[in-house]
Each structure stands twice: as C-alpha cells, then as structure tokens.
Design a protein around this ligand. Structure first.
Ligand code: 6PG
Length: 481
C-alpha cells in the first residue's frame, strides 16, 4: 500500500527531479522493495509519481525541507535534473538542509569538468558526493539501466545495494560498477554517448544508401534491419531503428519517419567527447563525423539551395542488390567495431591523463545491458580486455582481427560505391580511412614535418639519427642539428 502519511526518517532513498528519468528510476527502486521519496517543484509530477507508485512505498514532495526530513540518515539523495547551472542551483538549495555524511548523487549528463569541481566543493563542505552516468532512456530507468558511478567510493559502497538491485543484469552481472575517482563516471558516460552518436549516424547512412542507392522502400528496409538484428549486428540501436521502420502514423498508412524533419538536435555530449579527444590527442573521427553531420543537418535552407545548384540524378547503384546488402552488413559491423575501438582508446587516454584507473573490461561488462550502445558485440569486447587487461587498442585484439579482415572488403565496396554515386557516407568513410591509417607502419607525416620546418623552422627528427634537425630548404646550407 502507498505510504501517504510520511514521518521523519522514513525513506531509504530520495530523488530530486521527477521528470521521466527521475520518476522511472525511483519507481524501479520501489519495485525492488526500497521505500523512496521524490521531490519536484511541479505538483503534477509529484502526483504522477504517487499514482504510478501506488502499489509500493513511494511519496512525492513539493517542499524540499519536508522531503529532506523524510529521509533516513545518512541521507542518500540523487539529482536527475538537466546538466549545467541547474545542478549547481539544486546543490545550493539542498546543502543547507543536509547533515555532514549525507550523500548527494548527480545522476544527470553533467560535463565531467563540472563534476570534478563539484566533487571538491562538496568534499570541502563535508558532504559525500558522486557523479554517475545513467544510460538506457526512460525504459532503462524503469526496468534496468546501465550506471557509471565515479568519485567518492565510500558513498558509492553505501548505495551500491540499491543500485545493484535496480540495474540491468546480463548473465547475472549487474550493469553497474564503481568506475573510478573524481569525474570518471561522467567521463565514461560522455564517451558512451559519443559512441551512441556514431552508431546512430552509421545507421542513418545505411538508410541513405538503401533508399537513394538501392531505391528500397520502407518495408524492404525494415526487413533488412530486422534480419540484421537477428544476427551478429544485434544491438539496441538497430532494434530501435527496425521498430521505427514499422511505425505508421496513427490512423494512416504512412511511416511516421517520412514526416519527420531532417534536422537533428543534440544536447552536447557528443560534441564534448570530440572536444576532449582533441585535448587528449586521441583520434575519434567516427564520433567527430557524427557530430558534424548532426550540425550540417541543421543548415536546411542552405542545403536546399545547394541541392538546386548541384542537382544530381541519383540514378541508383548498378549493383547486385543481395550481394551489396551483404557488403552493407559487413560495413556496418566493421564500422561499429571501429567506433567502439576509438571510444575505448579515448577512455584509455583519459585513464592515464586524469588518473581515473579505468578498468576497460568492467566498462565493457556494464555496457552489455541497459544502456543505449548495448550490443551482442560487447561480449567480444569484454573478452578482449579480460584476456589482456593491458590491451592498448581494440583493433590489436586477437578477438576482433578475423572479423575486421572478413568485413573489410564489404566496407571498402560500400564506401567506394556510395562515394562514386554521390551518396554521403562520411562516417563509414572515416571508419575505413582511420583503419587504413591505423594499419600503416609508415604514414605520410614525414611530409608534414618537412613542411613545418620549411615555412616555420619547427625542426624535425630523422630516421636512424638522434637529435632534432632544421634544414635551409631554399638555400645551400646543409641540414643542421
Ligand atoms: C542514454 C542516452 C541519454 C540521452 C542522450 C541524448 O544513454 O540513455 O545517451 O543520455 O538520450 O543524452 O543525447 P542527445 O540529445 O545529445 O542526442
């Protein structure tokens, strides 16, 4: 029965922010037997929480003091509010009401540098605080998300039984584990989202190749996505895409997708991933390209004007359709693996740079369920890091080499064919070129060094000779160390 007459110290866990994510995660906790309280200024949200949690011990509050007073000591309070200044204002409103030793969790998509700052500010005030990425959208929050907590480990251990109970589980393993100190949890969630952007863009390019190149209708595309999702490409994002290709506008025979504007929005986590990758000198071009394509999509008027200037007949591809679709399946698998590889490489760099001490096997393990980038392939990724915890790059793992070799002809065929036909496949192309450069023992970067030295005397190093050199490129003088 719902507990409506709350008294002090009654609830085990409190949630601030009763939007879909906060409400669903709280209801999930209540389903697992925890007495929970939620706070939101909006009375409708509080009423909705109590209505949906009517069978369990769930209480909604619109007054923050009563909410805080209703919680057991030390208090465990999670914020699920939009990232940015709102998080700081909630903390400012909350902390005067707390006791030392109380625990505050930021479960939103905060930028990791904000979490680093808040971690210190809260510790200085004597409170426990940790940032935790939560993935899985509204359904994940309700039925089992993947969670990436970092920061104050003692505080995490205190709430671990609750988080473990509500997380998704794969083969008995909960999709939550302590990620590392400071902002490690939010950093890992940010990279998760970067990977999410790239896989979504790969699926969008797949759609483009199928509709413009192969002239397939929605029903045929649905059938292909569905069959792929029954094989090695099985993944949540492919499942979502398959469903979208079957969803008709209610009361109509038209696919809802066909009526949606082709301008993609974003909240910033993909962009942050690219920005940090540049700072950490770790290339993640699949994610960069996905961010750029969302940005390009926003320039609709310019694209329409350019379309009239550079009109193309879009005659379609002259290929054997069945064979090309098999190549497309290979291209997607190749590029999906390359995307994960780039994201994991960034995590390895951040682990060193920020002393996060990340365990890439654990991260692969908790991404197998609940989160948006979960896929059958993550079992392979997990085994790669379990077999070799020192593995530097996923593409160097024995576990993926055969698949990369097998799928490489497919991605090469798809990229060259699509580009020759004028169909944009930037993320496929960049995955392939990244791979081709990555497997080059010799890159043409010696020319870059020569150019830099030519116009700016930036010096260069020589093969087989120690030291730093400069040449008088236009004069007679010899090369000088
Ligand atoms: C998740 C999602 C979630 C959210 C994205 C959407 O893991 O559950 O990543 O966090 O859906 O932030 O991001 P964009 O609005 O930037 O596409």
């Amino acid at each position: 029965m719902m507990n409506t007459n709350s008294s002090a110290d009654q609830f085990t866990f409190g949630m601030i922010g009763l939007g879909t994510m906060g409400r669903n995660l709280l209801l999930n906790m209540a389903d697992h037997g925890f007495a929970v309280a939620g706070y939101d200024k909006d009375p409708e949200k509080s009423v909705l929480l109590e209505k949906e949690g009517a069978d369990n011990v769930v209480k909604g509050f619109t007054d923050i003091k009563s909410f805080v007073n209703s919680l057991q000591h030390p208090r465990s309070i999670m914020m699920l509010v939009p990232a940015g200044p709102i998080v700081d204002s909630v903390i400012a409103e909350l902390t005067p009401l707390l006791d030392k030793e109380d625990i505050v969790i930021d479960g939103g998509n905060s930028h990791f540098t904000d979490t680093t700052r808040r971690d210190k500010e809260m510790a200085d005030k004597g409170f426990h605080f940790f940032g935790m990425g939560i993935s899985g959208g509204e359904e994940g929050a309700r039925k089992g998300p993947s969670m990436m907590p970092g920061g104050d480990e003692d505080a995490y251990q205190f709430v671990e039984p609750i988080l473990t109970a509500v997380a998704a589980h794969v083969n008995g393993d909960p999709c939550v584990t302590y990620i590392g100190p400071g902002a490690a949890g939010h950093f890992v969630k940010m990279v998760h989202n970067g990977i999410e952007y790239a896989i979504m863009q790969l699926l969008a390019e797949t759609y483009e190749v199928m509709r413009k190149g192969l002239k397939m209708d929605n029903e045929a595309m649905h059938a292909v996505f569905k069959s792929w999702n029954e094989g090695r490409l099985q993944s949540f994002l492919l499942e979502v895409t398959t469903d979208i290709f079957a969803y008709k506008e209610p009361g109509s025979s038209t696919l809802l997708l066909d009526g949606i504007k082709d301008e993609a929005k974003s909240k910033g986590t993909g962009k942050w991933t690219s920005q940090v990758a540049m700072d950490l000198v770790t290339p993640i071009p699949a994610i960069d390209s996905a961010v750029s394509m969302r940005d390009l999509s926003k320039y609709k008027a310019m694209r329409v004007e350019a379309a009239s200037l550079y009109a193309d007949e879009q005659a379609g591809l002259s290929v054997d359709k069945a064979a090309f679709l098999a190549q497309l399946e290979q291209a997607f698998f190749f590029s999906m693996i390359t995307t994960y590889a780039q994201g994991m490489h960034l995590l390895a760099s951040a682990s060193t740079q920020f002393a996060y001490n990340l365990n890439l096997a654990d991260i692969s393990r908790i991404w197998r369920g609940g989160c948006i980038i979960r896929s059958a392939f993550l079992e392979t990724m997990l085994s790669a890091w379990e077999k070799n915890p020192e593995l530097k790059h996923l593409l160097l793992a024995p576990a993926v080499q055969e698949t990369i070799k097998e799928t490489q002809p497919g991605v090469r065929a798809v990229v060259t064919t699509a580009i020759a036909a004028g169909i944009a496949v930037p993320t496929y192309a960049t995955c392939l070129s990244y791979f081709d450069a990555f497997r080059s023992a010799s890159m043409p970067s010696n020319l870059i060094q020569a150019q830099r030295d030519y116009f700016g005397a930036h010096t260069f190093e020589r093969i087989g000779q120690e030291g730093v050199f400069h040449a008088d490129w236009q004069g007679e003088a010899s090369v000088q160390p």
